[in-house]
Design a protein around this ligand. Sequence first.
Ligand SMILES: [Zn+2]
Length: 137
Amino acid sequence: MEEIKSMINKIGKNITKTSKDIIKNTKLSMQLSSEEEKLKNLYIETGKKVYEIYSYGGNIGDFFEEKYKQMVQVEREIAIIKEKMAQNKNTNDQVDNSQNIVDKRQISTVEECRICQSCGQKNGLNDRFCLKCGRVL
Ligand SMILES: [Zn+2]
């Protein structure tokens, strides 16, 4: 009984942990798409501006330098977010694995005993007669 209780507690904790990770991941993927959008806009903005400057024979150097720095910054943010998401995915996988172990244990305890139809005694899987009442299993 104590064992089942702790098992239920463990599964409950895992579920709470997993849903927290999902929320964390949703937040991260929102951040990711916002950063990716930022980068896309920078590309467009830069391309347009470079075209304009070039058309009028202006100097692209300084402008491009500044935009390039911004792009590198945003790319770095994206890399950090992706890294965080990968880490969360790994913790989720670990949670899944521990749940699988619990499930397997439950199945094996069910398989490892034969319950007597007449007295309810648990008998070993290989027992042919009930240990308590002697009925054929
Ligand atoms: Zn029996």
